[in-house]
Design a binder for this molecule. Structure first.
Ligand code: MRU
Length: 369
């Protein structure tokens, strides 16, 4: 990803070779600030308080959180403690458990300094793999966007997205943004409708910022505008990320995704999910079993933004009442057109009898895995 023309990853080791650098996403887009994570507690807080967020970035941060924990104490007891602490940070994204299990497997046969070295090695690999996965999601999705653009005679392809599944939510590229960037860079005329994504506004604050940095035409819309735009023929496809997909293809994503999928179905707008394989939970049959995170009511009762008069970022109370804040919802598989993965576009994540997926008939771009 590029910010001001400079290439960054969303997570990296500092020059000291052990502490971890992430962006403080709570401050974006107003301030570009790095945070240095130095121990397990900081890594866990960074995830639970959403200094960083998005399913793949949660997993990458947790992997390095394990490294930081072991650096302080590489014993079996502390390893167990670190796993439990990090696992408890956020309940919905399955990528978190996936990464923690990967880390456990990588370090269990080692002790002391060798265990710490094995942890850093695997965490680094998880980050590198995420970059490659997202690049390949782009190569899987590009032919779809190209075909849809051709079907429109090259007229502007309008894509609607919800929340942030861009490079800030991954180590690099992003899931939904990877095919969008590739299509834009290939000269395909496209435009993105960015749902603001209340209550935390990941769309207005983060996705819009990323698209702006890459020069992709986009417009922020109120969350309620999507259905109307679809009725007006202003949306050619919806493309969203996910925190967990179950065996039957149900999709858990940021609250509000389901309503967009319903509107898309009613208006014959294709509804695609972009995801890495670690987001598929083969152990869970259907979406109703996924734990839905309930977050603080304050995220609904208050909003943060730039106060134009003072020039400062300030928090405002926007209601006199109490609020409820379920953070995710489930989009049933029947509303999903396809799943854009690093291995190709799936019509179904499981064929019903085994873990084998059913692929859609769509070519991969040259260079894909
Ligand atoms: O609560 P968040 O901001 O972590 O929610 C993020 C999302 O819902 C994303 O769409 C999802 O994690 C996919 S990120 C590639």
């Amino acid at each position: 990803m590029k910010i001001g023309g400079v290439h960054y990853r969303s997570i990296a080791l500092n020059d000291d070779g052990w502490s971890v650098r992430i962006f403080d996403q709570r401050k974006l887009p107003w301030d570009l600030v790095h945070v240095k994570l130095v121990d397990l507690e900081m890594a866990a807080t960074a995830i639970s308080e959403m200094w960083t967020r998005g399913a793949p970035m949660i997993s990458a941060t947790a992997a390095y959180g394990m490294c930081l924990a072991l650096r302080g104490d590489a014993s079996d007891e502390n390893l167990e403690h670190a796993y439990k602490t990090l696992h408890a940070t956020r309940p919905t994204a399955i990528n978190l458990r996936w990464a923690l299990d990967e880390m456990m497997a990588a370090v269990k046969d080692f002790q002391g300094d060798d265990r710490i070295a094995a942890a850093y090695k695997r965490a680094g690999e998880i980050c590198d793999e995420d970059v490659e996965i997202n690049r390949n999601i782009g190569l899987s999705g590009l032919p779809l966007l190209r075909k849809m653009s051709q079907d429109k005679g090259g007229k502007t392809l309008n894509i609607l997205t919800h929340c942030n599944a861009g490079w800030l939510a991954t180590v690099d590229y992003g899931t939904i943004s990877s095919p969008i960037y590739m299509a834009h860079d290939a000269g395909i005329d496209l435009h993105v409708w960015v749902d603001e994504t209340r209550p935390r506004n990941q769309g207005a604050l983060l996705t819009a910022y990323e698209l702006q940095q890459h020069g992709v035409p986009h417009t922020v819309i109120a969350d309620n505008a999507g259905g109307h735009l679809m009725q007006q023929g202003e949306v050619d496809l919806c493309l969203v990320g996910t925190d967990r997909v179950t065996r039957n293809g149900d999709v858990c994503n940021k609250i509000g995704t389901y309503l967009k999928a319903l509107a898309a179905k009613d208006n014959n707008v294709p509804f695609y999910i972009a995801l890495p394989y670690p987001t598929i939970d083969y152990s869970m049959e259907s979406g109703d079993l996924i734990p839905i995170e309930g977050r603080s009511a304050r995220e609904v009762t208050h909003m943060t933004g730039l106060a134009e008069q003072s020039g400062k970022v300030e928090e405002f109370k926007i209601t006199l009442s109490d609020a409820s804040n379920p953070a995710f919802d489930i989009t049933p598989a029947r509303l999903v057109t396809g799943y854009i993965t690093e291995r190709g576009i799936l019509a179904k994540v499981c064929d019903g009898t085994s873990d084998n997926p059913v692929f859609m008939d769509m070519p991969l771009e040259k260079g894909a895995a």
